[in-house]
Design a protein around this ligand. Sequence first.
Ligand code: SF4
Length: 218
Amino acid sequence: MVKYNSENISSKVNWTGKIISIQPRTRVWRYLTDNRTHYHLGYNLFIEGQSSDYKKQFTVAISEKQQLKGLFRIGDLLEGTAWTKKYNEKEFADYYRAGSLKLLDRVNETIEVLSPPWIMVPPTMQIYEERGARLLSKSLWKTKCFKCIWANMANVEIQWDFDRNIKKYRFESFCYGPKSCKNYKMGRPRTVPYKNRGSALDDGYLDELCTEGRDEND
Ligand code: SF4
């Protein structure tokens, strides 16, 4: 079921502010515990600043092409345009279809070497895709992991009824970082509901499949 925002329309905004985190933007399709597929769409810029609809902290979705061109990183002061989201349940970012991106100042030229968290220019979508993700505790995502390039808040769609193609939506936190990261905690197992039956449980089993291509320290 999709709830619409109050007006169910998208409007253009201008925004400016400092990047406080940059993470991959993804969509995850879930079907019981048999399938968890991650699609890598671009990046989410978490911004502290100002937007023309009066937000002071907001998230802007940008494309991979925009990121490759600007090589944005934490500390950058940016301005741009974007559109408000239509469907609150489907999209974590506040704004998408960003445009006219302009770097106003780059204070953070040096790359932090002390990790975790990994604070640097994030890798390409292909790298995220190849690495695969594990469940990450939501409270860690909000705190110790927030600035890490491997942290991710995914737009999740759960296939709730295959025959009528009905989906349910929510957001889930994941980690693409090294399995040996000392900050890592999986958090609670996640239920995956399906029509007319008890929920299945994603208890980390799928993490092994999703990240089978790398070992502890990759
Ligand atoms: S647990 Fe994952 S997201 Fe958090 S600091 Fe470690 S690698 Fe980064």
